[in-house]
Structures are given as C-alpha cells and as structure tokens.
Unconditional design. Sequence first.
Length: 145
Amino acid sequence: MDGFMQSAIDEAKKGLNEGGIPIGAVLVIGDRIVGRGHNKRIQEDSPILHAEMDCLENVGRLTAGEYQKSTLYTTLSPCDMCSGAVLLYGIPRVVIGENRTFQGPENYLRSRGVSLKVFDDAECVAMMTQFIKKNPDLWNEDIGE
C-alpha cells in the first residue's frame, strides 16, 4: 500500500464518520497531495459530490499542464461522471483502491490513454461491502440505480 492511497482511505473513513458513503480521493502532483475529498452527497445533499469531484473542487483551479502531471488516487473505481472529469482535465493516471463492489468505465478510460492501476485493497473492499450491505438504498442512489 502506498501513502497516497492511505490518504484516500483516510478521506473515505472521514466520510463514513460524517454519515456519508465511504469513498475518498486525493490528487497528487509530483510527491505532494494538492487536494483531498470524500463523497459528500448525503452530507451536502448534493447530486455531484462524489469523492473525486469533491477532491477536484478542493484543489481549486489548476493549469492544463498541472493536471497533465497529476495522479488521482481513489478508493473506488470512478463512475461515468468522475471519469469524465478525469478526461476533461487530462489527468493521465488514476490509482484505484478497488473495483470489486463497483466498476466504472475503466476500459473506456484506458482507450482514451489514461493509465489505471487497481490495488484490489482489502480494506477498501471491506468498507464498501459493509456500507452497501447496511445501506443498499443510499448506495443505489449514489450510482444512479
């Protein structure tokens, strides 16, 4: 496990402790975290504040060149919306904690030149599995089902 993914996991735990969905993300440029976020759909009554979107919002404005040097770490495979943001801003690398409980359009991201690495992290899988089992309606709402 690397420290950046651990920071994303810490964000996921923060979201869970706030009563939200346990998904976290960090954006890294070089060896520095430039932004953090976690899923806040429940806490903020928001239709779009997935962890990746919250993270990008918390980063603030970056130049295209800065995005092109970044890596997005996320505890769960990004959905269509979050994958679209990766493509829009030209983020070249996404590191995923797990994609067992949900898999976004990973093949599409790869086809568009994004490098993906999936850790298949047991802690990420356990957090999501437990959350989905206890909160199926919230989870289905989060993924648009």
